[in-house]
Design a protein around this ligand. Structure first.
Ligand code: ZN
Length: 228
């Protein structure tokens, strides 16, 4: 849980409802298919779900969304400053781009099978699992991407617990160690979940990068990837 987030909600609550005592508030980040935030009152407890795209948002933005959700919950007018601040953030280029990618991947329920024309992602996963993870990693759904994207080579999708690998790699001209390297990278994401450093998401931690170097053909694979 992001540090200070509960306090932000408690403060927003006290400002909106100074006369009532603070309820218990539970907040979690959730992998919605869109930038979506929900609030519910259940047995006197406030349950808040925020889009995981807001995980790295600045405090001012989180204060804004806390106010907006609570104002809606208790049918109070939404402060225009907060509304504008939230809207501006959600419309910012980086967030729009992320939301677009997330929608592309999570919004799609049907995944392609793991067995492609040349490579079988289930088999590759299991082989890497044995070689690098003592066979201890639970296999998520393995799928080739719908489009032949060069922008996103691989991606772990928590909403569907799926590893999706760009279909450009399911090709005879792509060496097996390259596919393995991409899958290995995504497996490391399963092993090292995204941490928050201050207000920034730290996707590839130092431990992540050190472990990535254990892949014997990392350098060769990177050279190949540059030719794509
Ligand atoms: Zn990565």
């Amino acid at each position: 849980m992001r540090e200070g987030l509960l306090e932000i909600f408690q403060e927003a609550y006290s400002q909106l409802r100074p006369a009532s005592s603070l309820p218990e508030i539970k907040i979690e980040f959730f992998a919605f298919a869109n930038i979506n935030n929900t609030i519910r009152l259940r047995n006197g407890r406030l349950l808040v779900r925020l889009s995981d795209l807001l995980e790295g948002a600045p405090d001012a933005v989180l204060r804004a969304i806390a106010h907006i959700l609570l104002a809606k919950m208790y049918r109070q007018p939404v402060d225009r400053g907060h509304a504008a601040r939230y809207r501006r953030y959600v419309a910012s280029r980086e967030i729009v781009r992320q939301a677009h990618l997330v929608r592309q991947i999570r919004g799609r329920k049907r995944l392609r099978p793991a067995r492609g024309r040349y490579y079988d992602l289930d088999a590759i996963f299991e082989e890497l699992n044995t070689r690098f993870f003592h066979g201890l990693m639970a296999r998520p759904r393995m799928s080739w991407s719908q489009t032949r994207t060069r922008r996103i080579l691989g991606h772990y999708d928590p909403a569907h617990n799926a590893i999706i690998i760009s279909r450009i790699f399911d090709h005879f001209a792509v060496p097996q160690y390259v596919v393995e390297y991409i899958v290995y990278h995504e497996m490391l994401h399963l092993k090292h979940p995204v941490k928050l450093k201050g207000s920034r998401r730290c996707v590839h931690s130092a431990e992540f990068q050190a472990e990535e170097k254990l892949f014997p053909h990392a350098a060769r694979a990177n050279t190949f990837l540059k030719t794509l």
